[in-house]
Design a protein around this ligand. Structure first.
Ligand SMILES: Nc1ncnc2c1ncn2[C@@H]1O[C@H](COP(=O)(O)OP(=O)(O)OP(=O)(O)O)[C@@H](O)[C@H]1O
Ligand SMILES: [Mg+2]
Length: 241
């Protein structure tokens, strides 16, 4: 399976400051996200995936952080993008984007809010759909026709729909979500994800015929970069001028 990119570990993260692509656009971490949309595109050149699910095997593997930053890269490229929090059990996109978790997906699906209230604008210029208030059976809400129709509507209104989702090995929700997305991005936390867990989660995706665009390897150790000959040459060359 192709690697979409590696994301280094060395950042102090807090949920409210984790869209590094927007807050520290020149950092190495932000830069590593910028290759992901290109690699997703080339995972299926003839039919570019536009509704993209971000998932992983277990909790805390950097799915939500990756989803938000990938959305920010599409935005940076000038696209109209929406980030949808489909982790109805442990939502976090509202915190990452500085919103309050009201009028969200669950509220829409049970008829407590309408489409106009559902779409939230953020300071990152990414539209967001919050997860909403907890419901007793999230997987039932996600299986509804109303959810399918919502994703179909978002597909018409936005160029890219980035869907954050729960861990594959804990609940079935991600497989249900995957069925209506174009592709899945699988996040592996290099420090915590066990090989067998990743293998099993990927097996589940394949068994459900969910296409996988590739893997994002998060929390990787930072290599010390040697200054390449090319760069030192270029520096000397320009400094003579
Ligand atoms: N590259 C990174 N380096 C260090 N910490 C990170 C990095 N990316 C995310 N984090 C932090 O790790 C924690 C878990 O990240 P995140 O919420 O994105 O994971 P998740 O896979 O969505 O978890 P869950 O399954 O619980 O929803 C968060 O506190 C986040 O700020
Ligand atoms: Mg999450």
């Amino acid at each position: 399976m192709s690697k979409l990119n590696r994301l280094f570990r060395n950042h102090k993260f807090s949920h409210k400051d984790s869209i590094i692509v927007a807050t520290q656009p020149e950092s190495v971490y932000a830069e590593s996200f910028r290759k992901i949309p290109i690699n997703i595109k080339y995972s299926r050149v003839d039919d570019e995936p536009r509704v993209i699910q971000i998932t992983s095997s277990l909790s805390g593997e950097h799915k939500s952080t990756s989803a938000a930053n990938i959305a920010a890269v599409y935005r940076e490229l000038g696209h109209k993008v929406i980030l949808v929090d489909c982790d109805l059990r442990k939502p976090s996109i509202h915190r990452i984007t500085g919103l309050v978790n009201t009028d969200g997906l669950t509220d829409y699906l049970v008829g407590n809010t309408d489409y106009a209230n559902l779409i939230k604008q953020t300071r990152f210029e990414i539209d967001v759909i919050n997860a909403g208030n907890p419901v007793p059976f999230p997987h039932v809400a996600l299986r509804s026709e109303k959810f399918k129709n919502l994703i179909a509507k978002l597909r018409e209104s936005y160029e890219y729909v980035i869907v954050d989702s729960p861990p594959l090995l804990l609940v079935t929700d991600s497989l249900i979500i995957g069925e209506i997305c174009d592709t899945a991005v699988f996040v592996i936390n290099q420090r915590t994800t066990k090989k067998n867990a990743a293998k099993e989660a990927i097996r589940l995706l394949r068994e459900s015929n969910i296409p996988i665009a590739g893997i994002v390897l998060s929390n990787t150790a930072k290599r010390i970069r040697r200054v390449s000959k090319y760069y030192s040459y270029k520096y000397k060359y320009t400094s003579k001028k």
